[in-house]
Design a protein around this ligand. Structure first.
Ligand code: GLV
Ligand code: MN
Ligand code: MN
Length: 426
C-alpha cells in the first residue's frame, strides 16, 4: 500500500552534513572542485547511498552521474532532477549539493512510501558546473543537452596543470557504474538551488519560482608588452601591459555597474608574467565575468571591452587578444513550468515569488532539450561562492518539499509534459 511521499528533514540535513565533510575547509566551507579526489569521493558516496536503496546508478562519457528510481512504464522518458556536487575553491555547503541531495531525498521519499508512478524519477549530478577549475562551467549539462562532448574541452587545463581529458577518464574509472548514453531522452528537468542573492531572504519568502537566467560572458584578456628592468627603463622605453590592464579595468569599474543596476562586472583572476618584483611584466592576463539579462546590452559591453583594450594598448605600446571562455545567452523557462512550481508551493502551503537568476545553472542547458524549471530558496545575507554560505533548515525543508510536490505532479502521468509550443517568459 503506498502512502503520500514526504520529505524527511533530518535525513536530508544529515546528508548535507555528510557531504560537506568531503573537502571541508577550516572556515566551515567546502573545497571540492570538479574532477578532483574530493569530487570522486562525493560521487562514490552518493552511488553507495543509491545502491543501498535499490536505485540504478549510471554515468555518461562526460562523467555525469545518474541515479534512477524506475517507474511502472519503463518505456516513458524519466523526469530528471539534479544539480552539481563540485564547488568553488572556497565554496559553501549548499551551492549545488542542496539540489543534488534534495533530489535524492525526493527519490527516497518515493521509495519510503512505495509510491508507484508510471514515470521514472532520476537524479542527475552534472560534471563541472562551477567552471573555476576547468572552463567552461556547466560542462556536463551542456554536453548532455548537445549530446556531444566537444573534443577541444579535453585539452582544457586547470590552474594546477591537470588536463581535463585525464581527470574525466580517472573520475569515470573511479566508479564502477555502467554507461548511460550522452543526452538520453527525458520528459522534463527540475533543479532546486539556493538563490545566491538577497531577494528572498529580505522578503522572508521561502520559495522562488525562477522565470529565467541572465546571460553570462566569460572572457580571458591577454595584454602583451616587453619585459624590462624596473630600475633602469625610463617611461618612454616601456611597453608595460600592466599599465594597459589598469587603464582597461579602471574604465570598466567606473562605468559598467555604476551606470546600470542590472549589469555585473567581475575580474576574479589576474596574473602577471614573469611575475618578478623588479621586472616590467611581459604579459598580463585576466578574466572578465560579465552578466546581463538583456542579450543586446551584453553584446554591446563585450564590444566596448575590445575598443577599450585597443585604446589602452595603443597608448602603452602593447598588443592584446581576447578569448571567449563562456557565452551563455539569457534563458527563459516555459511559463507552464513556472506556474507548476507556483502551484506546488501553494499545495505545500508556502509563499513564493517570481525571480530571475543572477547565477547560471545546469538548468540553462537542460532547457534546450526539455521543459525545465528551477526552484530557489533563500540563503543568509545572500552570500554564496563563499565558505560562510548558509541556508536555514526551514528553507532547506521548504525547497525540498516544493521539489517533491513538483516532481509528483510530473511523474504521475503518462502524458507528454506539454503539447505544442511552450510559452516562455523572463
Ligand atoms: C555559477 O556558479 C555562476 O557563476 O553563476
Ligand atoms: Mn550552483
Ligand atoms: Mn556556484
Amino acid at each position: 500500500m503506498s502512502r503520500r511521499p514526504a520529505i524527511r528533514g533530518e535525513r536530508l540535513l544529515g546528508h548535507l552534513d555528510r557531504f560537506a565533510a568531503i573537502g571541508a575547509t577550516a572556515k566551515g566551507g567546502v573545497n571540492r572542485q570538479a574532477l578532483t579526489q574530493g569530487d570522486r569521493e562525493a560521487r562514490a558516496l552518493l552511488a553507495d547511498l543509491a545502491g543501498a536503496r535499490g536505485f540504478a546508478v549510471r554515468q555518461d562519457e562526460a562523467a555525469n552521474l545518474f541515479l534512477r528510481r524506475e517507474g511502472t512504464d519503463t518505456g516513458l522518458p524519466p523526469l530528471l532532477i539534479g544539480s552539481h556536487l563540485d564547488t568553488q575553491p572556497t565554496g559553501g555547503r549548499f551551492d549545488g549539493a542542496l539540489g543534488v541531495l534534495a533530489a535524492f531525498e525526493v527519490l527516497e521519499a518515493l521509495e519510503d512510501a512505495s509510491f508507484r508512478s508510471p514515470r521514472a524519477a532520476e537524479v542527475a549530478v552534472w560534471t563541472n558546473e562551477e567552471g573555476s577549475r576547468f572552463a567552461p562551467g556547466a560542462m556536463g549539462s551542456q554536453a548532455f543537452a548537445a549530446r556531444l562532448l566537444p573534443a577541444e574541452w579535453r585539452d582544457a587545463r586547470a590552474p594546477d596543470g591537470a588536463r581535463l581529458g585525464d581527470e574525466l577518464a580517472a573520475t569515470i574509472a573511479s566508479l564502477p557504474a555502467p554507461f548511460a548514453p550522452l543526452g538520453f531522452p527525458i520528459a522534463a528537468y527540475l533543479e532546486l538551488h539556493i538563490e545566491q542573492g538577497p531577494v528572498l531572504e529580505r522578503e522572508d519568502t521561502p520559495i522562488g519560482a525562477v522565470t529565467g537566467i541572465q546571460g553570462t560572458l566569460w572572457l580571458e584578456v591577454e595584454l602583451t608588452g616587453q619585459a624590462a628592468h624596473a630600475g633602469t627603463t625610463p617611461l618612454d622605453f616601456r611597453r608595460d601591459p600592466m599599465r594597459a590592464a589598469v587603464a582597461v579595468l579602471d574604465e570598466f569599474y567606473r562605468t559598467v555597474m555604476p551606470s546600470d543596476p542590472d549589469a555585473r562586472f567581475t575580474v576574479g583572476r589576474i596574473e602577471a608574467q614573469p611575475g618578478s618584483v623588479n621586472a616590467v611584466p611581459e604579459r598580463v592576463r585576466f578574466t572578465i565575468d560579465l552578466r546581463h539579462p538583456d542579450a543586446t546590452v551584453l553584446a554591446h559591453l563585450a564590444g566596448r571591452i575590445r575598443d577599450v583594450c585597443e585604446q589602452a594598448c595603443a597608448q602603452a605600446g602593447c598588443a592584446f587578444s581576447i578569448h571567449r571562455l563562456v557565452d551563455m545567452p539569457p534563458t527563459a523557462f516555459p511559463e507552464e513550468m513556472v506556474e507548476r512550481v507556483e502551484a506546488s508551493a501553494r499545495r505545500a502551503g508556502l509563499a513564493s515569488r517570481r525571480i530571475v537568476s543572477g547565477a547560471f545553472h545546469d538548468a540553462l542547458y537542460l532547457a534546450r532539450c526539455a521543459p525545465a524549471a528551477m526552484i530557489f530558496c533563500p540563503c543568509r545575507d545572500g552570500i554564496s561562492h563563499n565558505e560562510a554560505e548558509h541556508v536555514e533548515p526551514r528553507f532547506v525543508l521548504a525547497g525540498a518539499s516544493v521539489l517533491l510536490e513538483t516532481a509528483l505532479s510530473m511523474i504521475d502521468t503518462v502524458e507528454p509534459m506539454f503539447d505544442g509550443p511552450t510559452r516562455v517568459t523572463v
